[in-house]
Design a protein around this ligand. Structure first.
Ligand SMILES: [Zn+2]
Ligand SMILES: [Zn+2]
Ligand SMILES: [Zn+2]
Length: 138
């Protein structure tokens, strides 16, 4: 386990378990958001229920946020400012129709003005197209 992992878990008040550490460190190495199926495939020897519960816990504790693209739910690590029952992920997501990768685009966030008059529980802004990588490989 990396020292940073320990610090992140502590700040998000997540108890350390081997599976949690492994999933977190895997999510950290991948730039794109990952679906449950992709995570299960990577940890094919692990119990599927444990993986699912781990992601649920991560979401509740503000460690990952869910993104819905096409018809798939994907998971991506959150910003430091997310915490228990509070998500600060007000950014846009980009979905590439070619490689099916979904990425967080932190440069575009929901305007603050909306939060003044509404209670925002969840933000799902999805832009679909062809990503930089795929455009270059044409
Ligand atoms: Zn979050
Ligand atoms: Zn692409
Ligand atoms: Zn995101």
């Amino acid at each position: 386990m990396k020292k940073v992992t320990e610090a992140v878990f502590e700040s998000k008040k997540i108890r350390l378990t081997t599976m949690r550490i492994l999933i977190y460190e895997y999510l950290e190495t991948v730039t794109a958001a990952l679906s449950l199926a992709e995570i299960e495939k990577f940890f094919h020897k692990a119990d599927k229920v444990t993986i699912y519960r781990t992601l649920q816990t991560f979401q509740e504790k503000g460690l990952v946020h869910k993104i819905l693209d096409e018809n798939v739910v994907k998971y991506k690590l959150c910003a430091d400012s997310c915490g228990e029952d509070y998500h600060n992920d007000r950014h846009l997501h980009f979905y590439c129709k070619k490689c099916n990768e979904t990425t967080c685009r932190d440069e575009i966030i929901l305007p603050k003005s909306l939060e003044e008059s509404f209670q925002i529980d969840e933000v799902q802004i999805l832009v679909k197209g062809i990503c930089e990588k795929c455009l270059k490989s044409v």
